[in-house]
Design a protein. Sequence first.
Length: 368
Amino acid sequence: MTAEFIPAAKPIIGDKERAAVDAVLKSGMVAQGPRVAEFEEKFTAQMASGDGQQSVMVNSGTSALHVGQLAAGIKPGDEVIVPSFTFAATGNSVAIIGATPVFADIEDDYFCLDPESIEASITSKTRAILPVHLYGHPANMTAIMDIAKRHDLQVFEDACQAHGATWNGQQVGTFGAFGAFSFYPTKNMTAGEGGAITTGDAELAREARMIRNQGMEKRYANELVGLNNRMTDINAAIGLAQLSQVADWMEKRRANAKFLNENLQGVKVPPVAPEAEHVYHQYTIRVSEDRDGFAAALKDEYQVGSGVYYPIPNHRLPSLAPYAKGLELPHTEKAAKECLSLPVHPSLSQGDLERIVEAVNKLAKAGA
């Protein structure tokens, strides 16, 4: 009998979410309304708390990055330093404004922006640094905020994979001018689709609210050229239901990661910085030889799913390569060749975890 396939990710959508959506549908108010406002308040309290902090809900994590930068004053010709080892949305959100994404290298251990590479990338046109808390591990915010202060730069946090992660006890999304979160189905919590801008800057929040709503604060009194990036009450209802459960799911992810850390052999397991609290959106190992063959064998021989995030660095993508002519980022290139994300989601059983360990260890031993 063939073992049941273990997927790399598995969104959890249950009765709570279905009941919440049904209640919104019955109310007749399905676009942006009271559920969005409630989600903004409760998300801030749980995931981005602090004096003056607030959240602005939008329709995707990409919109959160885009609208946040528009509200922060990024303009055509400005430069924003970003990692190349991330999903393309990070660089896209800069480029779509007409600004220039400047790609910096990552640290070898934690897959996040390397402070030394950031320093080397600063020019007279640099306006901001946009670190990504990749896989749920925070970037080195101590060093990044110090660099920003010395060079008078803004900091925007891409926390789309890092709901609940902390650096020195402070929640990600609360360090810079704004943070951006995603509620895509495979994230640690979902709203079906959606995003959040978190900020302690009241004027930035006001501008973001207007930009997401065609530039209006008052109906038909458009103050800015804006967009339609609004979240619906349907999505917010799902998000609220998930928010009440995500703390337990994060603990399960950490427990699953601990089991994998303690039992995997022959591969490099993900280290965690002493200052960091990792939330394991992904559990990413390194496979030094034939990563793609390793992934295929996991699936074909053991029915274990995995994912490569990301096989092509942003500075090598046809869409973004024109911003990075001649650029060499050795740690980024190495990570793109070696990274492999194993299942770590809360739906894994003990038997699933044991099968993942058995599969990885046998394949690593065979490869050695």
